[in-house]
Ligand binder design. Structure first.
Ligand SMILES: CC(=O)SCCNC(=O)CCNC(=O)[C@H](O)C(C)(C)COP(=O)(O)OP(=O)(O)OC[C@H]1O[C@@H](n2cnc3c(N)ncnc32)[C@H](O)[C@@H]1OP(=O)(O)O
Ligand SMILES: CC(C)C(=O)C(=O)O
Ligand SMILES: [Mg+2]
Length: 515
């Protein structure tokens, strides 16, 4: 299997992300994790750009032992000197020096001719080689540069001592077909190309950075450059974690692999996200929160039967502890059953069907159903196995700071008749409970009332717990609903029914159980 060198530029190009500014300690922390991840080369910064970056590159070079550390410099002697000062204490110091080679950049930015660029590039590589054992040379904007100019230039730069030739797609412009053609053309036409390796460095302006990097690897690039989470200048760089995982999962196709410890990927991604303040989108490949989450019933059923039906990457491969079945309105019975069993509930088919219906009703109102929601729902279901003498049908409460609070309730009574009543109270819950008390047989004494939300978030369920005394029985009841008053009403009626169950109250004429 071909080995692809991984060149990580999270600390240099990644730091060029608008809004990202890593301090010295943060850079060192990320470099240490990159070393653990097993990247071959860490580009730690641009030593001549500031004192802070110089210090960070120097400390990283002096500290990191398992990866080679490099720093970027323009084709300018004093920047190469600064890079040497920062990098010389490291293991096999390596310089990354660059100059732009496209007509647009040469004419408008550098204001140099092809000959001047060539002379400058060769001189800077020769100069760097007087100090550095390893020199990488980059043709900035290579993917918009004239190919025959590049062929002539690369030959000379290799003769000057560059051992890595990087051909960046600086502005994220190229397509896969074109990048393959470029890399093959350079390989076939630069006479001394076997003295160097080719590197690819793609940007994501058209969302093709990873695809283009893989295409360049297909066409002979032996080094790939990118950043963790794809951060970087403008739309960012190629995501190294995506490339490494694509090479592993599709090594049947690419016949190439990196030496990364893939199970360090998630941890590295989290660290970079935290320290740069750049959130990872939930749907991001490999490291997004949803990368191993399954929402719909058909997918969940498939995954429960055999994960490979819908997962081409196993979560543990990239350091994610497990996949996640997200329960929501598109989930099916298999996933629901798996969830309630994992929470310790056993259910007959009939109980499962009832609970599943209640779950679907809830999922229609709530985006994601959490374990706490399932607990609440299942404890209601258990209560649901008892006879429901009274069934709450509708509640209407009018409350105003200057009005008397009034509740109107519709109930189904033990005779299966629908009855309605209204009463007032000093607050909504009191009005509600006064009303219900008027509608049932016997007095109710409320001993305890507690309310809590099952989860965080505005759409969390309210769970109400009550303790009452009714017909000489001390019982508790629970109710769960999106609305606090509905949950309060349900808890109260639930407790009343429990008391009646304990009393073996006469059965309803036609038992009808709602869930
Ligand atoms: C594609 C990339 O990502 S390249 C890396 C980009 N990263 C950075 O620029 C971050 C660090 N940069 C810096 O701190 C500063 O830009 C410095 C210290 C490098 C230079 O700062 P200044 O001297 O103030 O120049 P400034 O940045 O305004 O302009 C860039 C100059 O470098 C020249 N230049 C650009 N690339 C190169 C190069 N590879 N080699 C030589 N000169 C170059 C430009 O033509 C321009 O020259 P001019 O002043 O004669 O017009
Ligand atoms: C400095 C070079 C390698 C670069 O970042 C680019 O061209 O995108
Ligand atoms: Mg770049």
């Amino acid at each position: 299997m071909r080995k692809i060198q991984v060149f990580d530029t999270t600390l240099r190009d990644g730091e060029q992300t608008p809004g990202v500014n890593l301090n010295f300690e943060e850079k060192l922390q990320i470099a240490t994790q990159l070393e653990r991840l097993g990247v071959d080369i860490i580009e730690a910064g641009f030593p001549a750009s500031s004192e802070g970056d110089f210090r960070a590159v120097k400390t990283i070079a002096d500290t990191i032992k398992e990866s080679s550390v490099t720093g970027l410099a323009r084709s300018v002697k004093k920047e190469i000197d600064a890079a040497w000062d920062a990098l010389k204490g490291g293991v096999e110091p390596r310089l990354h020096v660059f100059i732009a080679t496209s007509p647009i950049h040469m004419k408008h930015k550098l204001r140099m001719t092809e000959e001047e660029v060539m002379e400058n590039a060769v001189e800077s590589v020769k100069y760097a080689k007087t100090m550095f054992p390893h020199v990488q040379w980059s043709a900035e904007d290579a993917c918009r540069s004239d190919l025959d100019f590049l062929v002539r230039l690369i030959e000379k730069v290799i003769d000057a001592g560059a051992e890595v030739i990087n051909l960046p797609d600086t502005v994220g412009y190229i397509t896969q077909e074109e990048i393959r053609h470029r890399f093959r053309y350079i390989k076939e036409n630069v006479p001394n190309i076997d003295k160097a390796i080719l590197s690819t460095h793609c940007h994501d302006d058209l969302g093709m950075a990873v695809a283009n990097s893989l295409a360049a690897i297909e066409a002979g690039a032996d080094q790939v450059e990118g950043t963790i989470n794809g951060i970087g200048e403008r739309a960012g760089n190629a995501s190294l974690e995506e490339i490494a995982v694509a090479l592993r999962i599709r090594n049947d196709f690419y016949q190439a692999e990196t030496g990364l410890q893939l199970n360090e990927i998630k941890r590295t991604s989290n660290l970079v996200s935290k320290l740069t303040g750049m959130p990872v989108p939930n749907n991001k490949a490999v490291v997004g929160d949803n990368a191993f989450a399954h929402e719909s019933g058909i997918h969940q059923d498939g995954v429960l039967k055999e994960t490979s039906t819908y997962e081409i990457i196993t979560p543990d491969l990239v350091g994610v502890s497990s996949n996640r079945l997200v329960l929501g309105k598109l989930s099916g019975r298999h996933a629901f059953k798996e969830k309630i069993e994992s929470l310790g509930y056993k259910a007959t088919d009939e109980q499962l069907n009832k609970a599943f219906k209640a779950f679907k009703d809830l999922a229609d109102k709530k985006r994601e159903i959490t374990d706490e929601d399932i607990f609440a729902l299942m404890s209601e279901q258990k209560a649901g196995d008892e006879v429901k003498y009274y069934e709450l049908e509708t509640i209407q409460v009018t409350y105003g700071t200057n009005n008397v609070t009034t509740a109107t309730v519709t109930l189904k009574n033990p005779e299966n008749e629908t009855i309605q009543e209204a009463a007032t109270g000093s607050g909504s819950v009191e009005a509600l409970y006064n009303t219900i008390e008027r509608m049932i047989d016997g007095e109710v004494r409320l001993n305890d009332y507690r309310i809590q939300s099952t989860t965080g978030g505005r759409d969390a369920l309210a769970e109400v717990y009550v303790q009452i005394e009714h017909k000489g029985e001390q019982v508790s009841g629970r109710g769960t609903a999106n609305d606090v008053l509905e949950a309060s009403g349900k808890a109260y009626v639930n407790a009343i029914n429990r008391a009646l169950n304990l009393k073996n109250y006469p059965k309803k004429p036609m038992e009808k159980i709602h869930v």
